[in-house]
Design a protein around this ligand. Structure first.
Ligand SMILES: CC(C)(COP(=O)(O)OP(=O)(O)OC[C@H]1O[C@@H](n2cnc3c(N)ncnc32)[C@H](O)[C@@H]1OP(=O)(O)O)[C@@H](O)C(=O)NCCC(=O)NCCS
Length: 175
């Protein structure tokens, strides 16, 4: 599967005002410690450990969620470099695990969350967004949120195991 590597600079936006009934929550383990109620999924405990043990290239992991009536309707994470993403520089961040509840897709929630990412970051911070080439919704989202195609690549599978794999940027198209 071809992976498209998009990127843009951070910063340049204030936190958007959400439509009524929607609430942003930002979890930053470096500032707030272990995952709070609503964020206690297994992956977040892993990210908390990464941050606590200094396994990222720098501090700065964050989870951005949007809630409606107590229900999670959107989630994404921002991760600094770690070994699965060797093409990143130490100060870069990556938008990952972006997900909107199937019942509310196409209503602009992912776009709002990416606006929050801009508000949480600085122009010096380069943001990456990786997407499988056939994921039309995610490609469209990246492109309309100001990300520019940087190149293409793939995820390696040592011993046939994707979990051990890394994302390799094979063909940069712009510098
Ligand atoms: C990708 C995903 C997060 C988008 O979330 P969303 O909240 O529906 O996105 P938005 O409503 O903010 O839409 C953003 C843009 O994508 C477009 N879009 C949304 N769904 C689309 C689809 N199925 N096909 C093409 N474009 C689509 C929207 O039209 C909008 O562009 P526009 O402003 O030009 O109209 C959501 O589809 C999802 O959770 N998919 C499953 C998980 C996934 O694939 N994550 C991405 C991994 S890289």
């Amino acid at each position: 599967m071809t992976i498209l590597f998009y990127r843009r600079d951070g910063g340049g936006a204030g936190l958007a005002t959400l439509p009524s009934g929607l609430v942003f929550r930002i979890w930053s383990p470096g500032d707030q410690g272990p995952p709070p109620a609503g964020s206690q999924r297994a992956s977040n405990w892993t990210w908390w450990l990464f941050e606590t043990l200094g396994l990222f290239s720098r501090p700065g992991f964050r989870e951005v969620t949007i809630w409606r009536d107590g229900q999670l309707v959107h989630r994404l994470i921002l991760t600094p470099r770690w070994p699965r993403f060797p093409f990143m520089d130490a100060y870069d961040l990556q938008v990952g695990d972006i997900w909107t509840h199937p019942g509310v897709r196409g209503q602009g929630l992912a776009r709002l969350a990416l606006t929050a990412v801009q508000a949480l970051t600085w122009p010096e911070e380069r943001l990456w967004y990786l997407v499988e080439a056939n994921n039309a919704a995610s490609v469209r989202l990246a492109e309309t949120a100001g990300y520019r195609l940087f190149g293409s690549g793939r995820r390696t599978r040592p011993l046939g195991l994707a979990t051990l794999g890394r994302f390799r940027l094979d063909a940069p198209i712009a510098r």
